[in-house]
Design a protein around this ligand. Structure first.
Ligand code: GDP
Ligand code: ZN
Length: 338
């Protein structure tokens, strides 16, 4: 009976053949992938909806894309490398570095990116609902924390007579003094929209503010072809883009982009550090390191440079009380707004 056992040399040979076969198969698969996917191209994420991304190629064509698993979560405004996989379909294979990122906690409390590469966040205010400095200060801390510029927009100007306007601009004066421009607009009369467009030109912007201040109305006024664009997107997306759930990036007619993320129109802060808080109060920052006690809470401590500055009128009292409140909240809770 012949010895059926293989010699070591035979085993080696078989293993080599098997390896070669596997390598050839892998190469074929690679070739298939390469054949199935177009060349790498750059693009911009202009809509984000569940797992689906709409990527706008540099020639302004839109592609419904999925993203490679290892990329993490993408957001509107992300610059990406992608490859076409079909006529109007593609795969995102890389994400560009972000110059800023706005995230907000998802239902598990984990930060979820919602808008990438923002330059400007405009806080929309109105005579009604009644504006609140506390809320403005919270927005400004969040804006400073992600390193973008803040802008105040007082909308519904048509509702204000001269004395009422004077009262509101006086209340907002501390913000102008620390470098946040104030624009006066009315989405109803179109007053101030040119200035707002000028403030957004060449930049990526986002509008935030309390419900009812007129953000949607401003967005409509700034984007005359918004509905057409949403319809075109729904056709491509198939699942139906809903303006209440889909984040979208729109090109402004005069240049620049506006990101509309419905959930974030009234956005709140995620996790904020004490440094972020100080960054949001440039008017206090000048004095913060100068108190007699390094752990000064600027409440009742002697030698408090911050309170002295407020007493001299160099810090608006309302800003100081806002700072104290935010700092107390920060110290009381690991998470800020949950
Ligand atoms: P949003 O919740 O911030 O998106 O606010 P909307 O855009 O939905 O507007 C809320 C309400 O304010 C609506 O009844 C609008 O018609 C009204 N509104 C918006 N802009 C103006 C404005 O400039 N002047 C006046 N008088 N009303 C406005
Ligand atoms: Zn102090």
């Amino acid at each position: 009976m012949a010895d059926r056992r293989l010699t070591d040399r035979q085993r080696e040979r078989i293993q080599r053949l098997r390896d070669n076969r596997q390598q050839r198969a892998a190469r074929r698969l690679d070739a298939l992938n390469d054949a199935g996917l177009g060349p790498e191209r750059t693009g911009l994420v202009i809509a984000h909806h569940g797992q689906t991304l709409i990527v706008e190629a540099d020639d302004r064509q839109w592609y419904r894309c999925t993203a490679r698993q290892n990329l993490g979560r993408l957001a509107c405004g992300d610059r990406v490398i992608w490859q076409a996989s079909g006529l109007e379909e593609g795969v995102v294979v890389a994400v560009g570095e972000r110059r800023s990122l706005l995230s907000r906690p998802d239902y598990n409390g984990r930060p979820r990116p919602v808008a990438a590469n923002l330059d400007v966040v405009a806080i929309v205010l109105a005579p009604e609902p009644e504006l609140s400095e506390g809320l403005i200060d919270r927005y400004l801390v969040a804006i400073a924390a992600i390193g973008v510029r803040g802008l105040l927009v007082l909308n519904k100007l048509d509702l204000l007579d001269a004395p009422a306007l004077a009262v509101l601009t006086e209340r907002l004066e501390p913000y102008r003094r620390i470098g946040y421009p104030l624009l006066l607009t009315s989405s109803h009369t179109a007053h101030g929209l040119d200035e707002l467009r000028a403030g957004m030109r060449g930049r990526v912007s986002l509008l935030v503010g309390q419900s009812g201040v007129g953000k949607s109305s401003l967005i409509k006024a700034l984007l005359p072809d918004r509905d057409i664009r949403i319809q075109a997107l729904s056709r491509l997306d198939g699942h139906g883009v809903h303006t209440t759930t889909t984040s979208m990036l729109y090109h402004l007619p005069d240049g620049g982009d506006l990101i509309d993320t419905p959930g974030v129109r009234g956005f709140e802060l995620g996790e904020i550090s004490l440094d972020d808080l100080d960054r949001g109060f440039p008017d206090l920052a000048l004095y913060l390191g100068r108190c007699r006690f390094s752990d000064c809470r600027h409440e009742v401590e002697p030698g408090c440079a911050v309170r002295d500055a407020a007493a001299r009128g160099e810090i608006a009292p309302r800003r100081l009380s806002s700072y104290r409140q935010l700092r107390a909240a920060l110290e009381n809770a690991a998470r800020f707004w949950n």
